[in-house]
Design a protein around this ligand. Structure first.
Ligand code: CUA
Length: 157
């Protein structure tokens, strides 16, 4: 093996690592039985949330097949809806926004942990392969009731 081949090998190994990292970030497992598919966003008028087609009526929507959409509004100091239920084997896209100050939408035991900023929509698609119960917490300090800001996500069999 000459030095040239050796360098090429290292280069190839480095490429594999880089591609691997990107794949991990994009498709990697984010928790037991949970994997991230997509993470994107958008904007919204925080003063017109109640009239918004998505956030005027929060909750779980079955969009077909195994696909679900969950619309969540965070506010001091609760989530609407407070309890989310989706079936195992589902691909769930969360749309989360805030009515007032910056919160977070963090699902304990997974890597689902997004800041929720007024005027912005946090969007992420996650696959839930196995049944389970997850707590939802706010990780951004948002005032007096911050520590009590929580919800529940249940993946039913
Ligand atoms: Cu909401 Cu801390």
């Amino acid at each position: 093996m000459n030095i040239h081949t050796y360098e090429k090998l290292w280069l190839a190994a480095a490429m594999v690592l880089i591609v691997g990292f990107i794949a991990t970030i994009t498709y990697g497992a984010v928790g037991p039985g949970v994997s991230m598919v997509d993470d994107d966003g958008g904007s919204i008028d925080p003063d017109a949330i109640s009239d918004h087609e998505r956030f005027g009526d929060t909750g779980v929507t079955h969009v077909g097949g195994n696909e679900y959409e969950v619309d969540v509004v965070a506010q001091a100091w609760s989530y609407s809806p407070g309890e989310i239920e989706v079936p195992a084997g589902s691909e769930v896209t969360f749309y989360v926004t805030s009515r007032d100050v910056t919160h977070s939408f963090s699902v304990v035991g997974t890597n689902i942990n997004t800041m929720v900023i007024p005027g912005e929509v946090s969007q992420m698609t996650v696959e839930f392969d196995e049944p389970g119960e997850y707590g939802i917490l706010c990780n951004e300090y948002c005032g007096q009731g911050h520590h009590n800001m929580e919800g529940k996500l249940t993946v039913v069999p």
